[in-house]
Design a protein around this ligand. Structure first.
Ligand SMILES: [Zn+2]
Length: 531
């Protein structure tokens, strides 16, 4: 049986840009559009030309994407002709392959928000689709509030969709704009729509207000829809849009879908999904969701001892898909709850083969337990665990010594009369026979220390140029009678690899220093820097 083509439509740059705290620059938008293009997303919605300067500029020229670059905007305003509507004019002039119009399909909104008649709204849909087709654009119609509209007045909601279809729109997209519709309702209503409009012309646009945007998208597909709209990492206003990063692997790896449907994302591109997801977070300067399905750091992490030994023998026992398919990796958490089998499995994963009866395994386990008792968290700090294990097995070169460091924080009034806080760090290093002193200023003491440490590592400097810190987390713990600080630092490098290191001390600078040192040493080991 030949598979049916299912199309993916990304609206990260339009609906995703509505997210609280997200503000894309033109450069951000272009970078994300290219990322989506490489991933194999069929439609990339860039924004709303005419509505703001960045989107107008984005559509001012061709952007050379392989996939369908789509402009978004409203149908002509009531009471105007298509040729006499400036907003529609800007949309028609946009350098886009397709135009996605948004129109009301709920009679209540037509009356209250648009203050026009149902018939005039239908005429506006028909005129707008016709004008865009005359310009040679592929046309989509987003039927806003479709599900609420259908529940209130099914004939009218259907008439809106049908008006666009009859006029030759390639896609009629059913939007759950308020995000409150449930999967069984979506399935029933999409089924009713597909009785009048062929499913390969119907799309679904789901919001996540009941945390079922992904489930709603699949419900629509089961009922016949053949286009799914969503965003990377489920970005979007309120609770977000349907998350394409979860939808794509489900379509490709779950047999009920993979045997029936084909999408534009190749197996090779699927293997880069973790990187795509993290790249967006980095661009937004936010920490990745560790518990995100498929791509999160914890998506394939197992803690309990009995599970760990089973996973090593037969991964399928505790994994619903193979982590490598999406570019993720299996992680066996080493913690005080864990047994020998976790430690052995983790040693095997990092490539340190050792006989399971070797006494050093028990020593490592004891060491992990002792350190976790005073606040270290190795299950969250894979790189620090690896260094601890390598040191115990005698395989970490002695690269450099920090002879001394000094961090100072000064608050003063500057020349403009403003109160400013300045942090400065001085680090004295010994690399081989060379003695080095680095000084750096940072936005805080830890930042200053980090910059000074990585400023000049002598002969090792070239090995750490791609190193960057991507997340910094601090927690105050009560160990015994004393409060201690635990610092977790996440780092990444030019290859896209990420790792986490840990430091614990009564002093936050000291804890940060330990975690920073582990990160640098880990990077040197990983890059194969010579001793
Ligand atoms: Zn939306």
């Amino acid at each position: 049986m030949s598979r049916q083509r299912l199309y993916l439509f990304d609206t990260t740059l339009r609906d995703g840009a509505q997210t609280n705290g997200v503000d894309f620059t033109l450069a951000d938008k272009l970078a994300i559009a290219r990322m989506l293009d490489d991933l194999g997303i069929d439609y990339i919605e860039g924004g709303y030309p005419g509505a703001n300067p960045i989107d107008t500029e984005l559509f001012a020229k061709r952007r050379g994407l392989r996939h369908t670059f789509t402009a978004f905007g409203m149908t002509r305003r009531p009471g105007r002709s298509a040729s006499n509507d400036a907003g529609l004019g800007a949309l028609l002039d946009a350098e886009a392959d397709a135009i996605c119009f948004v129109a009301k399909s709920w009679d209540y909104h037509v009356r209250v928000a648009l203050e026009t008649t149902e018939e005039e709204n239908l005429a506006s849909i028909r005129d707008s689709v016709r004008a865009a087709k005359a310009k040679g654009r592929e046309v989509l119609l987003d039927c806003e509030h479709f599900f609420d509209g259908y529940k209130a007045k099914p004939d009218y909601a259907l008439a809106c969709a049908k008006a666009a279809y009859d006029e030759g729109a390639r896609w009629v997209v059913l939007c759950d704009t308020n995000g409150g519709t449930l999967p069984h309702e979506v399935e029933r209503i999409v089924g009713a729509v597909c009785a009048g409009i062929p499913g390969d012309r119907v799309g679904i646009h789901a919001h996540n207000d009941t945390e079922q945007a992904v489930a709603n998208s699949f419900a629509a597909v089961r009922a016949g829809a053949r286009q799914i709209q969503g965003t990377l990492n489920g970005l979007g206003e309120r609770c977000g849009n349907a998350n394409l990063v979860s939808i794509i692997p489900t379509l490709k790896l779950k047999r009920d879908y993979s045997e029936k449907f084909e999408i534009g994302v190749s197996d090779e591109a699927l293997g880069r999904l973790v990187r795509v997801s993290h790249a967006l977070d980095e661009l937004l300067n936010r920490a990745a969701d560790r518990h995100a399905p498929y791509v999160g750091d914890s998506a394939f992490a197992t803690k309990a001892g009995i599970h760990a030994s089973a996973i090593v023998k037969e991964p399928a026992t505790y994994e619903h898909v193979a982590p490598e398919r999406v570019g993720n990796k299996r992680k066996l958490l080493v913690s005080d709850q864990a047994g020998r089998s976790n430690v052995l499995a983790e040693l095997e994963r990092i490539g340190l083969s050792i006989d399971k009866n070797d006494p050093r395994v028990s020593r490592l386990l004891d060491e992990v337990k002792e350190r976790e008792a005073i606040g270290y968290a190795y299950e969250a700090a894979d790189a620090s665990f690896e260094l601890l294990a390598r040191r115990l097995l005698g395989r970490v070169p002695h690269y450099f010594d920090v002879e001394k460091f000094d961090v100072n924080v000064e608050q003063r009034i500057n020349a403009k009369g403003e109160r400013v806080t300045v942090s400065q760090a001085v680090v004295k290093l010994k690399v081989g026979d060379e003695r080095l002193i680095s000084v750096a200023e940072g936005i805080g003491p830890v930042n200053a220390l980090d910059l000074a440490l990585r400023k000049d590592l002598g002969k090792y400097q070239s090995f750490i140029t791609g190193l960057e810190l991507t997340d910094y987390r601090v927690r105050i713990l009560n160990a015994g009678t004393q409060a201690v600080t635990r610092v977790l630092i996440e780092s990444a490098d030019e290859t896209g690899d990420r790792w986490t290191t840990v430091g614990v001390s009564a002093n936050i600078i000291d804890a940060s220093f330990q975690a920073l040192m582990d990160s640098i040493v880990y990077k040197l080991v990983k890059s194969g820097a010579p001793a």
